[in-house]
Design a protein around this ligand. Structure first.
Ligand code: Q9C
Ligand code: ZN
Length: 369
């Protein structure tokens, strides 16, 4: 399988994130992508290639021009305004209460000039710091996704984009949840434009892909199916409920499958079947997968109980749809097992058996050896 990877992610070097106002060690760190890369290289069954530049066009087909402009300028502005901080975190967030009863009634929200307010105009949370290399990394991550699309449109059955930063929390005009541009949404949009076909997105990250849902909410040509921790207890909290089905032409083209805490492999596979049945009912030859491994039992921010061997089975079942797959990396924060979990998933897609790499000390059951 072809694997697209860019070292430019290394410039998005995050040390701490803020959770409920306090700094904690960052989860979404460069080591994640490096662990995946080295594990796939050691496997020998994957050929790594760099992304090619796809320009602004595919990003602007999905995102607001203001978000793109903000992200491209944010770090320089932050420096120009003389703020001596290692990363840019919004001062305020543009929550709905500010303008409740005003929007759509002769009032248009304005983007401010001061960077602390400007960041909050676009941010969803305070856990997504911007540093010197963030924009370059986020652009490369989009190009990684679009290069994986090129491989599949060029005839490959499946391609894996080792995207970092991830994308599925980024909305039309918002960044957050460690995401800046919505790689999967940009990929799906490019596929619909280039093939004229319908596209399905299967999101198996532990978190609901609020950005992807929002972007395609009114669209009947892009089906969004997501399995995730129930938003009553988990980020992104405000979206991801089962009764969110889309509107207008998009009605019925959004399927949320919330999962209970402690969800086992067997429970998970049952819910997965429901998602796969919905995708099988949909016309189209390509599925975009938002592949998060934060469903793993040992994930520091997830609460499901999946083990490495189930990822092989999930990959196998997704491939059994008989569609071409553009598989894009999202979350997954238990770094010691992350590479193996991705490798198990991809080997399932390839129809190759999975045995744990002895050197990792991890068994298929997920216990440290
Ligand atoms: N206590 C992805 O997996 N909240 N994003 C973290 C930690 C943000 C996850 C709080 C989680 C975002 C792509
Ligand atoms: Zn996640």
């Amino acid at each position: 399988m072809r694997v697209v990877y860019s070292p430019l992610h290394l410039g998005h070097e995050i040390v701490t994130e803020t959770v409920m106002g306090l700094p904690v060690p960052a989860n979404e760190v460069a080591e994640r992508a490096e662990r995946i890369r080295t594990t796939l290289e050691a496997d020998g069954g994957y050929t790594l290639e760099p992304p090619s530049d796809h320009g602004d066009g595919p990003i602007l087909a999905v995102h607001d021009a203001g978000l793109l402009r903000f992200l491209s300028e944010a770090w320089q502005e932050h420096r120009a305004q003389g703020i001596p901080r290692p990363s840019l975190i919004p001062e305020t967030l543009f929550v709905r209460g500010y303008v409740e009863g005003m929007v759509g009634d002769g009032f248009t929200p304005r983007e401010p000039a001061f960077i602390g307010g400007r960041a909050g105009f676009y941010a969803l949370d305070t856990s997504t710091p911007i540093v010197a290399g963030t924009y370059t990394a986020a652009r490369a991550s989009v190009d990684v996704a679009l290069t994986a699309v090129d491989a599949v449109l060029g005839g490959e059955d499946a391609a894996y984009g080792l995207c970092r930063p991830p994308g599925h929390h980024a909305g039309r005009s918002t960044y957050g949840g460690y995401c800046f541009f919505n790689n999967a949404a940009i990929a799906a949009q490019a596929i619909t434009e280039r093939t004229g076909e319908r596209v399905a997105i299967l999101d198996v990250d532990y978190h609901h892909g609020n950005g992807t849902q929002q972007i395609f909410w009114r669209r009947g040509d892009v089906l969004y199916v997501s399995l995730h921790g129930d938003p009553t207890r988990q980020y992104p909290y405000y979206l991801g409920y089962a009764d969110e089905v889309g509107v207008g032409a998009g009605r019925g083209a959004n399927l949320n499958l919330p999962l209970p805490a402690g969800c086992s492999n067997a429970q998970y596979l049952e819910v997965l079947e429901r998602g796969l049945e919905r995708i099988a009912d949909e016309p189209g030859s390509i599925v975009v997968v938002s592949l998060g491994l934060d469903t793993y039992g040992e994930d520091p921010i997830g609460d499901l109980a999946l083990t490495t061997d189930v990822y092989h089975e999930v990959g196998r079942r997704v491939a059994a749809l008989g569609r071409k797959l553009v598989i894009l990396q999202e979350g997954g924060y238990h770094r010691p097992a992350l590479g193996e979990n991705v490798r198990a998933w991809l080997r399932g897609v390839d129809g190759r058996p999975y045995d744990p790499t002895p050197a990792t000390g991890f068994t298929a059951a997920g216990t440290r050896g």
